[in-house]
Every structure is written in C-alpha cells, then in structure tokens.
Design a protein around this ligand. Structure first.
Ligand code: SAM
Length: 332
C-alpha cells in the first residue's frame, strides 16, 4: 500500500533537510521504546526529531494498517459515510488521512493528542486536506474536553502506550463520544490482540454491535499461543529505508483491530484469518465463522463455486464459505 499523494508530499516536505544520521538515531530510539513497551511517564514522541522519525519510519505502516481496517469496515457497512471524526492519540494524523481516503464524505475532524511535538507536526501535515481539523491538547487518561460526539471515532496504536488497567474506562469514554462507528487499532502482536479482546468486551458491555473483524459476538475462539491479526505490505520510501538502515523496499505491518457500531450490521459467514494455502485442486482456509467457531477448512475442486471463491481469497477477506465438519482440519 502507498500513501495518498497529498500525504506523501506533505511528509516529504516535512522531512526535507533532515540529516539522515539524526533520523536514523531517533528512529532506533523510538523503535526501542515501542518494542519494549516502555512506560516511564515520557511520551515516546517527545520532540521534533522523534516526530520526524515517526513520519519517516512508522507513519507509512500505521497508515496502511488503519486504512486496511477502515476498508474492512466499509465492506460491511457500505451505507456508512461519516462527516465527522474524533481521533484520539492522533500522532501525525494517520487515522485522519486514512479516514479521509476511505470516506470522501469526511468534512470535519477533532484531533486529540497529548504530545505537543507530534501535535504540531500533525496539524501542519493536515492542512492540504482542505476541511477543518481542530487539533487539541488532550490526555486520554483525563476527562476529555467537552465535545460533540462524532460519527467516526478512532484510536490507533495508542493502547500499547497506556496501562492495561485503563483500557476499559478509555473504551467506555470513547464509546460515549461515538454517534455511529468506533474503530480501535493495535499492533498485531499477541499483546495487541489481548488489548483488543478487552476493548471488544468493553464495547459489547456498552451495547455496541461488532462490525469487524469478528463475524460474531461469541467469545473469541482463538486460543493462545495463537492470536488473531492481519498484515498489510507497505512500500518503503528511500528516506524510510535509509532511516531504518534496511535494504528491502517493503515491510509487512501486522495489525489487529475492532470496529463496532450503534447500528446492527449483518455479519458475513466467515473471515479468513491467515494466508490461504493453495495446492493443486485444494485450498486450505483458516476461518473465523459466524457461528462463533474457528477452523481450518479444506475446499477442493469438487466444491465447485466455493473452490473458485476460495482461490481468490486473501488473508482478512470475508467469505460466504463456512466449510463442513468433514472439511475441517482443526477446530478452535
Ligand atoms: C504510536 S503513536 C500513534 C499515532 C497515530 N494514531 C498513528 O496511528 O500513527 C501513539 C500516539 O498516542 C499519543 N499518546 C500516548 N499517550 C497518550 C495519552 N495519554 N493521551 C493522549 N495521547 C497519547 C502519543 O503521543 C502518540 O502520538
């Protein structure tokens, strides 16, 4: 996935004249803090250089993950076309750009962010969007400023920066700001998945209807050490490669999310939870199914249309294929 042209140009001009050695050092420091989930009271992005390092090395990947998650919401709720957004822990405005790319109906946004350094970078970046974006200083762990609820509320890659004990309360307060759809995204690690499970339960306890990725509201059928996540391939720019000291022109960003709505949305029969494995005449699909189960099912040529559908499926897709008991390799 590539960044939208206007965002790529805004990022390129923000990074122009940044010495690459300083970006590389700041990127290393940032990725160490993320990897170790450091919580020492300081923001990971606490100065302009760290903000620029985030633009160079993380924004393309978090954009790709958020955009993919929003795309899955769009697939299931084609009538949803939000005019208003509240994005919390906005960083450089990644979710704002992804939402604007997904829903051209977007006409205003309120961006809440605690770190002044990334807030000012995000505010400058968002100018080309051409609709009002109100950037405010706000700490997710304290009462929010008085706000009108928005049709879309997003929180992307933020929960891993706060204590796990705060997740339920934060989810409830974000849901109270949601007039239609909420989408919360996390890194696709086992810990990210567990945080999303806590959000999922908190949203259902508030009466929210799950939209994606789960095709049911039953307990998650995935059992640790397995975990639910998806992946999106991201093109690396030259600056990105230099700052990360990597040669490969792409990276795979793993992510997990939960989307829930005030309206009930018809669930798909199933969602594909891993890259399909194709061999001659056979497709093996790991599915999460609307009956609350997960299973690896085998679809072969003798299944006709189902086989033709299976061959086109990708990790994360919804499908009408459920499989039958005799087709299953394992049950979750
Ligand atoms: C990993 S960045 C994600 C930024 C953006 N949402 C994205 O997906 O690229 C996490 C952001 O959350 C912000 N943040 C962390 N703790 C916060 C808090 N308690 N209140 C508000 N923002 C917070 C950080 O300053 C940072 O900008």
């Amino acid at each position: 996935m590539e960044l939208p042209t206007a965002l790529r140009q805004a990022v390129d001009s923000a990074l122009a004249n940044q010495p690459i050695e300083r970006l590389t050092q700041a990127s290393e420091r940032l990725s160490n803090r993320y990897r170790k989930e450091v919580r020492d009271g300081a923001f990971h992005i606490d100065d302009d250089l760290a903000a620029k390092a985030y633009l160079a090395t993380r924004l393309p990947a978090t954009f790709a993950a958020v955009r993919a998650a929003l795309g899955m919401v769009e697939d299931l709720a084609p009538g949803f076309s939000p005019a208003s957004l509240i994005d919390v822990g906005a960083g450089p405005g990644t979710a704002l750009w992804a939402a604007a790319d997904c829903w051209p109906s977007l006409a205003k946004a309120t961006m809440l962010e605690a770190s002044p350094a990334i807030r000012s970078v995000g505010e400058a970046l968002s100018r080309p969007l051409g609709f009002p974006c109100d950037w405010r200083a706000a700490d997710l762990l304290k009462p929010f400023p008085t706000l009108q609820p928005a049709e879309l509320v997003t929180l992307a890659y933020v929960l891993d920066e706060i204590e796990g004990t705060a997740i339920v309360d934060v989810t409830r307060r974000l849901w109270a700001l949601t007039s239609s759809m909420i989408v919360i995204i996390e890194p696709g690690t086992p810990a990210g998945w567990r945080r999303i499970l806590a959000v999922r339960q908190a949203l259902m306890d508030q009466g929210a209807h799950l939209v994606a990725p789960c095709p049911h509201a039953a307990p998650c059928p995935i059992v640790s050490p397995d975990w639910c996540h998806f992946s999106r391939r991201v093109a690396r720019s030259r600056t990105h490669r230099l700052a990360k000291q990597g040669e490969v022109p792409w990276e795979d960003e793993k992510y997990i999310f939960i989307a829930a709505s005030r309206d009930k949305i018809e669930p798909p029969a199933a969602r594909v939870l891993a890259p399909p494995r194709l061999a001659s005449g056979v497709a093996r699909l790991k599915l999460c199914r609307s009956d609350g189960s997960a299973a690896e099912v085998t679809v072969s040529r003798r299944h006709g249309d189902a086989f033709r559908e299976a061959r086109r499926l990708d990790w994360g897709d919804i499908t009408s294929i459920m499989g039958t008991d005799s087709d299953e390799k394992e049950k979750g």
